[in-house]
Design a protein around this ligand. Structure first.
Ligand code: SF4
Ligand code: SF4
Length: 133
């Protein structure tokens, strides 16, 4: 995120809560190396696709530093500089026709630029990596 996007100014961390964010094996390896954590402590195998775990305390991604379970509470990503690609591209997601759209789950989606065909290609490439690795 960055580039005049609303996430930090609005203090939003909604997409890091009750996360189902998939990550590639390469991303998992980078996170392990940078944090010293075993994969099992931050991701689970969701039918062959690694998916970030939520903390039972915060009900948010294990990497979200937050003091509340509230969806509107502030939070900071503790691995921001090397967070997974899916975290950087959200709220842009693919619809059922593989068009890039802004996800309704983002409370500030109207503050993001309209997704482009390049965004769709980025997400399709990511999807391929998630399935191939
Ligand atoms: S839900 Fe939307 S505004 Fe909030 S942190 Fe995620 S992408 Fe940013
Ligand atoms: S890795 Fe960071 S940006 Fe991604 S869901 Fe977890 S806390 Fe949010």
């Amino acid at each position: 995120m960055g580039r005049n996007l609303p996430c930090i100014p609005m203090g939003c961390s909604a997409c890091c809560r009750d996360t189902t964010m998939p990550i590639t094996r390469t991303e998992s390896a980078v996170i392990s190396r940078r944090t010293g954590m075993e994969t099992e402590s931050f991701a689970w195998d969701n039918n062959g696709i690694l998916t970030l775990l939520n903390s039972s305390d915060t009900e948010a991604c294990v990497f979200l530093i937050t003091e509340s379970k509230e969806v509107n509470a502030p939070g900071i990503c503790s691995i921001y500089d090397f967070r997974p690609k899916g975290c950087t591209t959200y709220p842009v997601v693919l619809d059922s026709d593989d068009n890039a759209i802004l996800d309704d789950g983002c409370p500030y989606k109207n503050k993001f630029p309209e997704p482009t065909e390049d965004d769709a290609m980025t997400l399709l490439n990511l999807e391929e990596k998630l399935l191939d690795e």
